[in-house]
Every structure is written in structure tokens, then in C-alpha cells.
Design a protein around this ligand. Structure first.
Ligand SMILES: Nc1ncnc2c1ncn2[C@@H]1O[C@H](COP(=O)(O)OP(=O)(O)O)[C@@H](O)[C@H]1O
Ligand SMILES: [Mg+2]
Length: 376
């Protein structure tokens, strides 16, 4: 599946000038922010969800690409594909994302691909895919991740057409928990959609595809500097990419409950027009409390959109629709998922589409293009 998010923003990472991990996030403010997965306090001091993160042993386990055998293609992406692979000795399964270097360079996605790797390496959260290691050869870059055998949330939604209020709430809550974690650590996800949300074997959500994720240079909601010299956008919190995640959450909740997104059109430009027109219509059966939340997330003005104000994600977490969610139980996977994927054996890829097309090896990248990935 291809990513549809646009990347017109001024992305700060470049392959050559900024290869440092997230710990170097800095801003115009004098204080700098150090990434610490165990630190649960927000950059501006807001209390984020209590989240005791466990670093799985698996994450640190040695796995090299050469020891992996292809089973089948499970996804096609913008720059390559994702394969289900099997470790020849242990028999364990992994997902291997393959990105063709030449295509990445041609489409000017070097920064995005780097940030996907660097951001994923730093993350450890129950609702975010685990990255094991990365590799490269003369043609491709490789990202070796845990295999998520449940398949895309998208497939389940299309199959059942709509999700019930409580099913939608469960998935939304797991996503809110992941967004809260990302935002707390200064990362905007920017590509929230059902194709990038996978189910684990137990039916929990895992976000994949950090190709558009971005570490933010500035520190949202934090006033710094002398007030007289503050730019209006600093006052109004404009220009913060985190805000797009809350908007997308609104679209996602709507789509789960109605079976289609709120702003539609036959062409991309028609869809854009519909977004600008912003006619938000709800079905009669749409739960009223959920409707209140969706309306507050789909606010055009980012300064008054839920999740984007001074309390950050706490405003979303504390919305009435989530009243029934025990967030501590949620993060510790103690809430029973509404759908348990059907799986017959380890490495079962029955929850994925079948990709029949022959796999082309992809072009060998010229040395000058490979040089861009010396730090990979
Ligand atoms: N860890 C994974 N486990 C199982 N399937 C995955 C995994 N990562 C990606 N996929 C599948 O591959 C598709 C494409 O991967 P993604 O990272 O989203 O690439 P792109 O950036 O091209 O959209 C996903 O939509 C999903 O179906
Ligand atoms: Mg994707």
C-alpha cells in the first residue's frame, strides 16, 4: 500500500547533516530535550498516560538479513515491498521492509527513510511495531521488524463494513496511547490511516510505517524566550505537526463507525475540496458522545482542536467517550481485543492480500547514491 500523506513540510533531517538520534532534538529555546523512553512526563510538564514500558528481550536479539529466507510478499510500498521472512535456524518469522536505494534517492525521500529508521530505533511501546535491525546492499535498504500476523485493520473494517461503538473505542484508545507516547517524546506520526495499523496475533493495534514521522525541532506548547519577541505562531501553536495526528484520529474514528471517511471525492482534488468545505455529516446511529469527540478533533483551527491545546493529549484521554477505558489496563494489554485474528500456525499470512506479481530485483544504485546511506 502506498502512503498518501504529503510531505510538503520543511523536514529538518538530512542524510548528511543530521544523523544523530532523537536525543539531539533542539529548539530555539535554551533548554534541550533528551529522548528517554522511560520518562513519562511531557516536554511541557503535562502528565502523559502512565506507561511503564517493557523493553522486550526480543528487541535486542541478534538477527541478520543473510539468515532470513523469503516466505512471501505481504505488502507493496512506495519504494519497494514488505516480505514475510523466516530465520533459517530459529524458524522465527519477521517482516522485512525493502526500499530500493535508487528509487528513494530519485523521489527525494532520503530524509524520510533515515528518519523512519532513526525514530523506530528509539521507540518502545506496546502499540508501535518493534524494529530489530537494519541492513543494506548495493540495491536496497532493509528494515527488519517483528511480523504482525493479524494484517491490516483496514481489511477487518472493509469486511465488517463498520465497527461498533465499543470496537471503535478500543482501537481508538490504543492509538491515542501510542500518539500520546510519540508526542510526549516530540515525535509527530503524520500518516495515521487504517493501512498503517496492524493487528498482533492477539488483536492489539501496532502502528507501522514511520516514513512520514518527524521529530520536532520546536517544543510544542512551551513558551520560551522573551514574550515581547514571540512570533504569533508561537502564541497560537501553529505549525506543529502533532496537530495533524489528532485530525487524522478524528477521520479514523469516523471511518470506523460509518464505514467511509467524512470527506470524500472521486479524485484527490475533489477530496481536498471536501476537506476545505468541511461539511461534517453524521449518520443517525452515530454515538452522540463519539460524535462530540470527532467534532472536536476535526476542528480546522489547530489552536482549538482537541489534543492541540495546552493540556495536549490529556484532553483527548479525558474525553467522555473514553470514560470506560482504564488506561492502565489498556497499556498493559489487559483489555480483551474485540477481534482475534484467525491464525493456524506461526508464519500464517492468511490475513494478508496475495501479491502475485514477480519480484524484480530492483536497480543497483550508483556509488554516489549509496554514499548517502553510509550512516544506515
Ligand atoms: N511489521 C509488519 N508486519 C506485517 N505487515 C507489515 C509490517 N509492516 C508493514 N506491513 C505491511 O506492508 C504494508 C506496507 O508497509 P509500509 O511500512 O506501510 O510501507 P509504505 O511506506 O510503502 O506504505 C503495510 O500497509 C502492511 O500491510
Ligand atoms: Mg504505509
Amino acid at each position: 500500500m502506498t502512503s498518501s500523506a504529503s510531505s510538503t513540510e520543511d523536514d529538518s533531517l538530512t542524510a548528511s547533516s543530521d544523523t544523530s538520534p532523537l536525543s539531539s532534538i533542539d529548539s530555539d529555546c535554551s533548554a534541550s530535550f533528551t529522548f528517554d523512553p522511560n520518562n513519562n512526563s511531557n516536554v511541557d510538564g503535562n502528565t502523559a498516560l502512565f506507561c511503564k514500558l517493557q523493553i522486550s528481550d526480543e528487541k535486542h536479539q541478534e538477527v541478520s538479513r543473510k539468515s532470513l529466507q523469503t516466505v512471501v510478499t505481504i505488502g507493496t510500498g512506495t519504494f519497494g515491498r514488505v516480505e514475510l521472512v523466516k530465520h533459517e535456524k530459529t524458524g522465527l518469522h519477521y517482516a522485512l521492509k525493502i526500499l530500493n536505494i535508487h528509487r528513494v534517492v530519485q523521489t527525494r525521500q532520503v530524509d524520510h527513510v533515515y528518519s523512519e529508521k532513526k525514530i523506530l530505533e528509539q521507540l518502545d511501546h506496546p502499540f508501535i511495531v518493534n524494529l530489530f535491525t537494519t541492513d543494506q546492499d548495493e540495491r536496497n535498504l532493509y528494515i527488519i521488524m517483528e511480523f504482525l500476523p493479524g494484517g491490516e485493520l483496514f481489511s477487518y473494517l472493509r469486511e465488517s463494513r463498520v465497527f461498533s461503538n465499543s470496537t471503535s473505542r478500543f482501537y481508538a484508545a490504543e492509538i491515542v496511547s501510542a500518539l500520546d507516547y510519540l508526542h510526549t517524546h516530540g515525535i509527530a506520526y503524520r500518516d495515521l490511516k487504517p493501512e498503517n495499523l496492524m493487528l498482533t496475533k492477539d488483536g492489539h493495534i501496532k502502528m507501522v510505517d514511520f516514513g512520514f514521522a518527524k521529530k520536532l525541532r520546536d517544543r510544542s506548547y512551551t513558551m520560551c524566550g522573551t514574550p515581547e519577541y514571540l512570533a504569533p505562531e508561537s502564541l497560537s501553536n501553529k505549525g506543529h505537526n502533532k496537530a495533524v495526528d489528532w485530525w487524522s484520529l478524528g477521520i479514523l474514528i469516523y471511518e470506523m463507525m460509518v464505514g467511509r471517511p467524512p470527506f470524500r471525492g472521486k479524485t484527490t482534488s475533489e477530496i481536498y475540496d471536501a476537506i476545505v468545505e468541511h461539511k461534517l455529516k453524521f449518520t443517525r446511529s452515530f454515538n452522540l458522545v463519539a460524535k462530540d469527540l470527532v467534532k472536536k478533533l476535526l476542528v480546522v483551527d489547530r489552536t482549538t482542536r482537541l489534543g492541540c491545546m495546552k493540556n495536549g493529549s490529556l484532553d483527548v484521554i479525558e474525553h467522555r467517550w473514553f470514560e470506560k477505558i482504564n488506561w492502565d489496563d489498556l497499556i498493559n494489554l489487559r483489555i480483551k481485543p474485540p477481534i482475534i485474528p484467525t491464525l493456524y500456525h506461526a508464519g500464517d499470512h492468511g490475513n494478508f492480500d496475495f501479491y502475485n506479481e514477480p519480484v524484480e530485483p530492483g536497480q543497483v544504485a550508483p556509488q554516489r547514491e549509496r554514499d548517502l546511506f553510509r550512516e544506515w
